[in-house]
Design a binder for this molecule. Structure first.
Ligand SMILES: Cc1cc2nc3c(=O)[nH]c(=O)nc-3n(C[C@H](O)[C@H](O)[C@H](O)COP(=O)(O)OP(=O)(O)OC[C@H]3O[C@@H](n4cnc5c(N)ncnc54)[C@H](O)[C@@H]3O)c2cc1C
Length: 473
């Protein structure tokens, strides 16, 4: 076999862009980045709440609880796994948490992304999810900055409208040596080199992997555009998969009243709740600690809220922000108001039977006059204290949405893809949502962008070392 001329990265979301940046700008190696769609960015470009990091200079409190929050969130799949598997997951979690601050600083100091605002999302014990202070959402900000840097880099060739259909492996137990892809004009091409797979999750694969692993979620809308899951491509060269039935249903996708039946919904970013927003049943009553883990909030919605009489499976829930919470989220609010997903109104105009009492109760909790009956202890930037019929509020309809897949291909802390025996498959790395096991049964908000950066960088370093050694690593 002739030595590889390039390193192949599949997928141009944050994990792929990070690996490509590491390979080209840090290690000065040639990269062919293959992307299925016509526009790079994947689901990463839609990320709206931010990226976790702890402890960072942007946090106002000390933070040593990120690992324990991550372990708690991972739940049963982590606790019940056999010793060797638990050890593997622990190493992934340690890598995620221990290098989280340097991942944030890589984006801010080296790449020039603003991540100076910090919010507390559900399941976190302190505020550690970073986003910029400007008008752009964090996913767009991060992805466009990385793309801008790569655009000027002659070592990188980005090829869109190119679907990878097969990984090429040399012999039984041999190494991955390249890929086959269908490119522009529907022509099938072969290219050789070590491979980093960063093709994302399968929350948009309703008829394929979702139907196979979680048929019970059929009919629930998603935040992900329709896209085929790619774990089978890696399984075909011997990769093991794990936790494929662990799918995150996010509690708050916006129901656009102009297109209520849409199966792809805009996410109501968790930062809306993190900055002070609350959830209400159809009659205006609060019913849950909005900053509990996503899994819990979703379950309570499905148990307590009315099912809408619609062909798609949706529930009757409102999200409400006061002016303080809204002001902290200026960039998000502009978009949501423009799209008609939120509307500005007053408590009186809303005319929900239980609303006034609910709002005054919550305002009293925020003011420290009494504890919250649902156990909420952080209130972001909520400022409304004395609720009157003309108090300004922002309201929208939300419903649970299929959002993220925790399962995927098995990797180790070096981002090497492992086979069923736990052995690395030579020439093959993976990073981002395509991988599984790190988040167990619940991914914390902000930890996916983080895993893309942490393991994307590791995959880039490892693939570079392998390439420089001329295979056999
Ligand atoms: C609306 C929304 C908001 C979110 N907000 C946040 C947030 O605030 N914080 C957070 O941490 N996480 C958030 N997430 C989750 C997070 O954005 C994703 O999990 C993460 O970005 C996944 O990145 P990735 O690089 O692994 O995959 P992606 O960004 O999805 O990229 C994968 C790419 O691979 C391409 N691809 C797939 N198959 C092939 C193939 N066969 N050949 C070639 N290319 C292929 C795809 O087209 C895609 O461009 C959000 C997700 C959504 C949908």
């Amino acid at each position: 076999m002739t030595p590889a001329k390039t390193i192949i990265v599949i997928g141009s979301g944050l994990a792929g862009l990070t690996a490509t940046t590491q390979l080209s700008l840090t290690h000065h190696l040639p990269v062919l980045l293959l992307e299925l769609t016509s526009k790079p960015g994947g689901n990463s470009i839609k990320a709206s709440s931010g990226i976790n990091g702890a402890p960072t200079r942007y946090q106002s409190v000390g933070d040593s609880a990120f690992l324990s929050d991550t372990i708690k969130s991972a739940g049963t799949p982590f606790v019940v796994s056999a010793a060797e598997e638990r050890g593997r997951r622990e190493k992934l979690m340690n890598a995620l948490v221990d290098t989280s601050a340097s991942a944030v600083y890589w984006l801010t100091d080296e790449c020039g992304v603003d991540l100076s605002k910090v919010a507390m999302l559900g399941g976190h014990s302190v505020a550690r999810t970073h986003r910029g202070a400007g008008k752009k959402t964090p996913g767009y900000d991060i992805v466009s900055t990385l793309l801008g840097r790569l655009d000027k880099e002659p070592l990188v060739k980005v090829q869109t409208e190119s679907r990878v259909t097969r990984l090429l492996k040399e012999g039984e137990g041999g190494e991955v040596v390249g890929v086959e892809y269908t490119g522009q004009g529907n022509v099938t091409e072969t290219v050789y080199g070590p491979v980093v797979v960063a093709t994302g999750g399968f929350a948009g694969d309703a008829r394929g992997l979702l139907a196979q692993y979680r048929p019970d979620l059929a009919g629930i809308p998603s935040t992900n555009d329709a896209r085929q899951g790619t774990q089978p491509l890696l399984q075909a060269v011997g990769a093991a998969v794990v936790d494929m039935d662990q799918v995150q249903v996010h509690p708050t996708g916006f129901v656009d009243e102009k297109d209520g039946e849409a199966m792809v919904k805009f996410l109501a970013a968790e930062a809306l709740r993190g900055e002070g927003g609350i959830l209400l049943l159809g009659d205006g009553k609060r019913f849950v600690n909005e900053l509990e883990m996503r899994e819990h909030v979703t379950k309570v919605i499905m148990d307590r809220a009315d099912r809408l009489q619609t062909p798609t499976r949706q529930w009757d829930v409102n999200i409400l922000l006061d002016e303080g919470a809204a002001a902290a989220l200026e960039s998000h609010m502009g978009f949501y108001l423009w799209k008609g997903l939120l509307r500005k109104t007053t408590a009186g105009e809303l005319a929900l039977p239980a609303l006034e009492g609910t709002l005054q109760d919550y305002a009293d909790v925020v003011a420290g006059k009494k504890p919250d009956e649902f156990g909420r202890v952080a209130f972001g930037n909520w400022t409304l204290t004395d609720v009157k019929p003309d108090s300004v509020v922002y309201v929208g309809k939300v419903t649970p949405v299929v959002h993220f897949t925790m399962g995927g291909v098995v990797i180790n802390e070096r981002s090497q893809v492992l086979d069923e025996q736990g052995e690395p498959i030579k020439g093959l790395w993976a990073a981002g949502e395509i991988t599984g096991g790190l988040h167990g049964q619940n991914r914390l908000g902000g930890s996916s962008l983080l895993e893309c950066v942490v393991f994307g960088r590791i995959a880039g370093d490892e693939a570079a070392a392998f390439y420089n050694r001329g295979s056999d690593a």
